[in-house]
Design a protein around this ligand. Sequence first.
Ligand code: SF4
Length: 734
Amino acid sequence: MSGNDGWTAGEKTGDAGAAGRHGKQPIREGIGLEKVAESRTAKLTQCPFCSVQCKMTLEEVAAMSAGRTAFRAEGAPNAASEGRLCVKGKNAHQHATSRERLLYPMMKIGGEFVRITWRQAIDTIRAKWAATRANFGCDSIGVYGGGSLTNESAYLLGKFARVALRTRYIDYNGRFCMSAAASAAVKTFGIDRGLTNRLSEIPQAECIILAGTNIADCQPTLMPYFTKAKENGAYIVVIDPRSTGTAALADLHLKIRPGTDAALANGLLKVVLDEGLADEAFIRNRTKGFAELREHAATFDLERISALTGVGEKDIRQAALAYGKARTGMIFTARGVEQHSDGHMAVRGFLNLVLATGKIGREGCGYGAVTGQGNGQGGREHGQKADQLPGYRLIENERDREYVAGVWGIDPADLPGKGVSAYEMMKLVHERVIRAMFIMGSNPIVSNPNAGLVEEGLAGLDFLVVADMFLSETAKLADLVLPVTAYMENAGTMTNLEGRVLLREAVRPAPGEARHDWEILGELAEALGCGEKFAFRDAEHIFEELRLASRGGVADYYGITYERLRREEGVYWPCPSPEHAGTKRLFEDAFAHEDGRAAFAVVSGRPPEEEPDEEYPLLLTNGRMLSHYLTGVQTRRSPALAARDVENVLEIHPRAARLNRIEDGTLVRVVSRRGTVIVRCRVTGDIREDTVFVPMHWGGVQNVNLVTNPSLDPVCRMPDFKTSAVRVEPYRRS
Ligand code: SF4
């Protein structure tokens, strides 16, 4: 696995080289970079990967073979990452200039992809969708988006589903990224914005709890905020079943048993309350529901919590005292806490702690959901989610429907109702309720849990269209693929984990016949007879409509303009008017519920739903590596990144390895009730003895989601990716 050289690493530049790692691609050599302007001046853009959205400059440094160009990426001064760039950002241009980019539309004929024209592609899609709708109704077509799309694309995709296709079935891969933290924040605070305050406040925190987040690998350029806090004397607690690069920074590492975060949060709360560390004035003046919670907390038994979580009572006490006694403090959660069938309540457990100690709404105090995807924040605000309309409006709220229908120029009665979550949509595909699907910027057969069922379902669709940069694992199943532009070519806004809206400019023309997402949606809408509602000149034109659609909503972007974003270092929403400065810190005076109060929740800490047994004695958890992003479609095509981690691995403790007759460096089979994955084994004392870890960046037989648990959280419909009972055995070729 990757080292933890994080943001200082990655000096390699240029060569997009190394074609063909993933098999023969029916696309032409080279990428049409002859279109690129001659200028050697560095151009300002933004990393396409994680939620920090680091600004960077790209400079052409050399002409390569076949008309291709080498680039040098450097971090650019900016307020989010302070000019740092990690190894992924340093090499992001490599996938964008890869020979494997899709350059023209292709249709599968006789099992092979064949080049077709855009006209043929649009006409084919129109005919197939018309037949599907005539036979099975509007809801027989599903739409699946992604958290890496720009705000403009995400907004337009939501509008396209509701206005052009008139289907209720739209959701996106961000469901797997944000839904637990988002729903918990909405219930607790009345609003969901990843961080309640700026990243630059982190060094002011006297105690920081990092729960289920491996920032060193996932958002490396943020690490210096935490090292700075530590230099200032902060006490850092890391909660993680593995000894990660982030845990190396900790004063106290709580090596928790996966799936027991809610119980641990309850244990921390109990100590805070028992030791008289609650902020009674804050609780009285700014919150509701505390009496019920206090009564519930009286039943917590620290010994039992310790046994369940695998964290010693002494350590629970130490962490709680450090946080409770600190004058300022911040808590961060990420997928380690959230991707469980009780993820919503686990996050609420940590938010109880924030509220009980009054550590929010002032400098150096707050909560942060560390989003994973590049636009994990903005992607969830403007209508790709099954129950949402732009501006975080709700599709089942009459006033919200009326407002957005007014902006879109349609009758509110014509807006479909709420759909279902991403994995539930895949189940409807499998059950053939959904007969055709349009996927934009996502690779669901690798990113969904129980991936075998998802692949079977998508393969059985009457008609599957995938818009992507590459022939991803999912695109390979498609009947028709449409080539889209990459970050270097596609301008638009992204909202980073702080809720800071940033403008990313394009730095080169589209290669081949690749088109922007919004151009494709415009053409498809035209073919469906409503082109006038999708007739946009450019991304800024779409953003102007998005501003209006979000106006007065929870995520209000009305005061943000491209002109302003070019002038300022991003603008924080809510920003209700052009004169408004943007909201750098939330909840200084009031929370966003109507009564202005934040809501405590009674959280029950229960064991994971899928417990190990004799047949499946280990708990599998999963996550990311430094050198890869999401399902690896982009980073596996970047030679510099692919070379760092060439294949998927299993981390297993030495004693567990011995028990299961597993040797370091050999191939192993990881088997769950749902399937099998084959990966190389790494024996390491960095992981708990009862837990194994497999990253999420590979498809095929190395796809960890072939074995993961699809149980859904009852509130937010987040799958239980992080706790699957498995057995591990040596791999023997049959
Ligand atoms: Fe920055 Fe994230 Fe890109 Fe790394 S991957 S350069 S931390 S945006």
